[in-house]
Design a protein around this ligand. Structure first.
Ligand code: GTP
Length: 440
């Protein structure tokens, strides 16, 4: 029996994802019509002997319970239990795993996966599991690895490993100088003995803190700003395990990216839509006819790949795609053109409006003959292994870096206005055109 843990952080995380994370927790942001971590769950559910998925984070239970209920209902027939376990405070990337160790160990799983909730990928979980099982019995963790450019590798966990057997000899998280172009994808298989390592870290921390056992759980820790239970997986677990024959890496060529900035959502949306062609072609809107999961009422021009929620209303003269996801209850008027964009639930795009490289927030309205356009931030196609850049919002001169255009929820863009490379915070009613601005 296998289990999986998905780490989702909490409200203080995902700040670079604003304003989209202001009304939806980042792990629930829809990509290709499904919440970000629904893609993780779907990948886990493909594994025949996976029985439980534990989502660990410090979002309030109330923000996660609707999603978890939906997922439970969806996978109950596959005999997979899905639960949300809330940390009392941020416990870091390994503290939650240790805190909830009894829940992970319950039922005696053979191994468990750990997936960072903010990565997007064509997850090769079965291969990862097989790879791990074929390592020596000393193996505690196998890391899914991919290659990045030399310069980009510095923003990730870098690994040096034996190309023959995958044994990791060196692991450095976000090194200050070049270590390796092989990076950590934030997807792992762990043997159950990893809890012995976590316990050692926890107890050595106890001595450091002058106390033993759990902290009082009130989030105050010992006064140095960190809970005793706070453990950093990358620095405190992976780095010391390197070179001990307990840490392995499996390099994969699969698509992988992180969801850090809102701009990276368009890129991930495109790839998840592309994956549907292989895994769920019925979810994609059919060229020129109707969309997949719906009632067949959508008849407009579709340039693949496009996802349209069955409850959306799209005028037959609209042209959608490529790489567009339209959410529930959205209304799209005559002559509208949308490309490389995500339109979230209940948004209205009125007649003859153009939306390119943009995210239109929940309940927002764009008037007729408007133009909403952003600049894509895709990986450099001329650089092998290039990943998405996640540039900061502002450059060194204090100017907004060109980015996709984002409308927060319930924004109103009047007819005939132009919005270029701009970010609009929720509930704004614009009265004019904007270019390269953040509208607060
Ligand atoms: P940044 O570039 O600083 O964002 O670092 P990173 O890409 O290495 O990400 P980070 O280590 O912050 O987080 C990795 C994953 O763990 C993400 O999915 C986070 O949501 C999650 N995570 C981070 N901190 C915590 C935590 O305290 N508790 C839980 N449960 N998850 C966490």
């Amino acid at each position: 029996m296998l289990k999986a843990v998905i780490l989702i952080g909490g409200p203080q995380k995902g700040t670079r994802f604003r304003p989209l994370s202001l009304d939806t927790p980042k792990p629930l942001f829809p990509l290709a019509g499904r919440p970000l971590i629904a893609h993780h769950i779907e990948a886990c559910a493909q594994l025949r002997d996976l029985r439980e998925i534990l989502i660990i984070g410090y979002y309030p239970q109330t923000q996660m319970e609707g999603f978890v209920g939906d997922m439970q209902a969806l996978y109950s027939s596959s005999n997979i239990n899905i639960r949300y376990l809330q940390e009392f405070t941020a416990l870091g990337t390994a503290g939650g795993m240790y805190h909830f160790r009894d829940q992970i160990r319950a039922g005696n799983p053979r191994a468990f996966f750990v997936l960072n909730g903010d990565v997007c990928a064509d997850f090769p979980l079965q291969e990862l599991r097989d790879f791990h099982e074929n390592r020596p019995s000393s193996a505690l963790v196998t890391i899914m690895s991919t290659e990045a450019t030399r310069q980009q590798s510095l923003h990730y966990g870098c690994l040096v490993f034996d190309k023959n057997n995958g044994a990791v000899s060196h692991y450095v998280e976000k090194p200050s100088s070049y270590v390796s172009t092989f990076i950590n994808c934030g997807v792992y298989v762990c043997s159950m003995d990893i809890f012995t390592v976590l316990a050692q870290i926890f107890h050595s921390r106890g001595q450091e803190y002058g106390c033993q056992g759990f902290s009082n759980g009130n989030g105050n820790g010992n006064g140095n700003g960190r809970e005793q239970g706070h453990i950093k997986w990358e620095q405190e677990v992976l780095t010391p395990l390197a070179g001990t024959d307990k840490l392995f890496a499996m390099p994969v060529p699969n698509w992988w990216s992180q969801l850090k900035t809102a701009g990276s959502a368009i890129y991930a949306n495109r790839h998840y839509l592309g994956l549907y062609k292989k895994t769920h072609p019925e979810r994609l809107a059919n060229v020129g006819t109707k969309h997949g999961e719906g009632d067949g009422s959508l008849i407009c021009t579709v340039l693949p790949d496009v996802y349209v929620h069955p409850s959306a209303t799209v005028h037959h003269s609209a042209v959608l795609g490529p790489n567009v996801a339209i959410g529930p209850g959205v209304t799209i008027g005559p002559g509208v053109r949308i490309r490389e964009s995500i339109v979230l639930e209940q948004a209205q795009i009125q007649d003859h409006t153009l939306v390119l490289h943009s995210i239109v927030g929940r309940g927002s309205t764009i008037g007729a003959w408007a133009r909403v356009e952003g600049t894509p931030s895709d990986p450099d196609p001329n650089k092998p292994f290039a990943k998405m850049e996640n540039p900061p919002l502002f450059n060194n001169e204090g100017k907004l870096n060109p980015s996709i255009t984002i409308l927060g929820c319930f924004v109103q863009v009047p007819a005939e206005k132009i919005l270029l490379n701009s970010i609009v915070l929720p509930h704004k009613e614009l009265s004019r055109s904007f270019k390269n601005e953040i509208i607060l």
